[in-house]
Design a protein around this ligand. Sequence first.
Ligand code: AMP
Length: 179
Amino acid sequence: MSASPETDARFRALIRDVPDYPKPGIVFKDITPLVGDAAAFRMACEAMAAPFSESGITHVAAIESRGFLFGAPIAIALGAAVVPVRKRGKLPWESRAEEYELEYGTDALEMHVDAVPHGSRVLVVDDVLATGGTAAATCRLVERLGGTVAGCTFLMRLAFLPGMERLHDRRVVSLLAYD
Ligand code: AMP
């Protein structure tokens, strides 16, 4: 699933490249112009949700932090609940963690133990799919907690990184691909 050529161009015009942020060599994809445009934000959320409208989604797992922006409206569009996937140490109640690799070392994502009970059908949401480490760890965490991952949806993917390969066994939607 990808956006129509007109929508694709409109979204791309609202995604700002910020070179060397947060560190040298990284081109940061700044989505604040897109979420700051009411009509484009709505279109993006609807397009990220639509492929899963018949998938029986009960919960959207929204990944900190820009995944929160898209996850909540997508959950409402699908008639689903929203559950936060947070960086280590941020959640107030009993949680489970899943580690994932960074360039140097590891980090961890956490969810509350009761976030996705058995029988939940979960859609994982984030803004950018890059190496896929974050989304893959989220999928593992959802499954450890008893949920079923019905798919993952992203605004964009960085096609020069192995995100799609990492999620090869998942149903993945991304509206835009950057080479
Ligand atoms: P990854 O685990 O490598 O797929 O990275 C995905 C996570 O890092 C997402 O939560 C993104 O918001 C963020 N991210 C990775 N690369 C970029 C980038 N070039 N621009 C903006 N966010 C990024």
